[in-house]
Design a protein around this ligand. Structure first.
Ligand SMILES: Cc1cc2nc3c(=O)[nH]c(=O)nc-3n(C[C@H](O)[C@H](O)[C@H](O)COP(=O)(O)OP(=O)(O)OC[C@H]3O[C@@H](n4cnc5c(N)ncnc54)[C@H](O)[C@@H]3O)c2cc1C
Length: 496
């Protein structure tokens, strides 16, 4: 059975873009490219083009690169500390991003998480590290954790679950993009524990069950669980993002000749005679690798793009997912349960979705913790309930931490960094049809980012990286230069 599944799913890895060796290896003329946004997508585009001899200028609004994987310092009570947007999991089917980490030398910083754990309201916990890794069989294996029972398998209401194993771009989005996860769960009489597992999965895409497109969720389930044998265990970086990731990107890009412009937030672009004018400089191509809010703003403000109807309509329709919150706490005490892994999903009372124990995971945090005999905890609410304000959300997050970790009650919070943001891309119902693609209506303008529609299944960090390389590949193709190789998981499910 395992062999049949592996064969059916094309050994779990198929080409996405291949190199045409009859083309030039490098650019022989002068071509200048502006890349707006220095997150993973912008870094991917800049690296791929600079390697091929393009004159690349990377514009970043913040004072540091990385975007949502950026890292920065702040002062608190006389100490200089570092924080980030939040904990990130590097799944092992992030084939292209992981290959890039190898290329730039950052791969050595990845360490495995012990287990994939869900913490329940009644203080029970469920680890998933021993789940079968063969797609399809892994779903059946979830039965041993009580995620479903035999009744679920034979119930006629459960037939739509088959849709999970039938992922196909052509049919899944037509059938499921208008349905949200809450509706799907109700329609299928989804068992409680299965609902909890799916809920935590939906929130990893920053959406409440009532908003999350079931088609995007099926795509995510396919990408993360049903298209490959990498399992649920993933890796994390052993140091802060600047030290273990972004510094390597900067060294690599600078060696290849990329000019990095920090603190350069662009408000608009001017398009004239097939060229772009950005702050008085002329460029042959432009890649917008900004988040959804900024992309919408910049396109809406630009000059010379007004006649491109689809471009303007799609940009105007871009949406963020609503608010998410991340709070990092430096405390004078550890949690008592030493058996917990670095990262835990909760089943959420009101807003706490996950807790990361940084003092166990990251070298700098461990050093702080040893010196100060305290812990560093990060609490996430991926989708803040509608109407909950910033202060209430902060209080709730901390209260819920005490609920899941009662031993921390009375702990002293020595330092704190709180973010309440709304810059994550929406994967809500009905958005797929009008979601912009990497290639735009403007021949020299491309999009990159985790929000861009692609015909491969890569999502989140891998989606950002792949879209960035795909944007670069379009430019390489235009200039007759060899494209960068990319791979992907198969794009059709086991039963599709
Ligand atoms: C809390 C949290 C947890 C996450 N956890 C995971 C995880 O576990 N696994 C995973 O795979 N993914 C995770 N993600 C998602 C992941 O971080 C993103 O998918 C990915 O980093 C997006 O990269 P990007 O380059 O598309 O966008 P961004 O990182 O948003 O980059 C866009 C860049 O554009 C810049 N910019 C904006 N406006 C302008 C302007 N006007 N001019 C110039 N620059 C501008 C921004 O400053 C930013 O640097 C998480 C995200 C968050 C927020």
């Amino acid at each position: 059975m395992r062999n049949w599944i592996k064969k059916r799913l094309q050994n779990y890895k198929v080409p996405l873009s291949t190199v045409d060796f009859s083309k030039a290896e490098k650019l022989t003329s002068q071509r200048k490219v502006a890349i707006i946004g220095g997150g993973i997508a912008g870094i991917a585009s800049a690296s791929a083009l600079a390697e091929k001899g393009f004159d690349v200028h990377l514009f970043e609004k913040a004072s540091f690169l990385g975007g949502k994987v950026g890292s920065w310092e702040f002062e608190s009570n006389g100490e200089t500390l570092r924080t980030e947007h939040g904990f990130h999991a590097f799944f092992r089917q992030y084939f292209n991003l992981l290959e890039f980490l190898k290329q730039i030398g950052a791969h050595k910083h990845l360490i495995p998480i012990d287990d994939y754990v869900l913490l329940f309201e009644n203080n029970q916990k469920q680890g998933f590290k021993d789940v079968e890794t063969t797609p399809g069989l892994n779903v059946l294996d979830l039965k041993k954790y009580g995620v479903f029972n035999w009744l679920t398998l034979i119930s006629p209401f459960s037939m739509p679950f088959l849709g999970l194993l039938q992922f196909d771009f052509n049919t899944t989005f037509k059938k499921f993009d208008e349905e949200n996860f809450a509706q799907f769960a109700k329609r299928t009489f989804m068992p409680k524990k299965m609902r909890l597992v799916f809920n935590s999965f939906a929130r990893a895409f920053f959406a409440e069950p009532e908003n999350m497109s079931m088609a995007e969720l099926i795509k995510g389930f396919h990408f993360y669980f049903l298209s490959n044998d990498k399992g649920l265990i993933y890796d994390v970086l052993d140091s802060d993002f600047q030290t273990s990731f972004i510094d390597y990107c900067i060294t690599f890009m600078e060696e290849k000749g990329v000019t990095i412009h920090l603190n350069q937030g662009l408000e608009k672009i001017i398009y004239k005679d097939s060229k772009f004018d950005l702050m008085g400089e002329e460029y042959d191509y432009c890649i917008m690798a900004t988040d959804v809010n900024a992309t919408k703003h910049i396109i809406g403000n630009s000059i010379g793009l007004e006649s491109f109807d689809t471009l303007n309509r799609q940009a105007a329709g871009l949406n963020n997912s609503g608010h998410y919150a991340v709070i990092r706490l430096w405390t004078d005490k550890f949690e008592a349960d030493q058996s917990l892994p670095f990262f835990i999903f909760t089943d959420r009372l009101k807003c706490l979705d996950s807790v990361t124990l940084y003092h166990k995971m990251e070298k700098e945090s461990t050093a702080w913790s040893e010196k100060n005999k305290g812990g560093i905890f990060e609490l996430h609410s991926y989708a803040v309930p509608k109407g909950m304000d910033k202060d209430t959300c902060r209080k709730e997050l901390i209260n819920e931490m005490y609920h899941y970790f009662p031993e921390l009650k009375g702990v002293k919070i020595v330092h704190e960094y709180y973010q309440f943001r709304n810059d994550f891309s929406a994967f809500h119902t009905g958005l797929y049809k009008e979601r912009p693609t990497v290639k735009t209506e403007v021949p020299e303008l491309f999009y990159a980012g985790d929000w861009v529609k692609m015909d491969n299944c890569a999502m989140l960090m891998e989606g950002a990286y792949v879209s960035g390389v795909l944007a670069a590949n379009h430019i390489l193709q235009n200039e007759g230069v060899q494209e960068k190789e990319l791979v992907q998981v198969p794009t059709k499910g086991l039963l599709a």
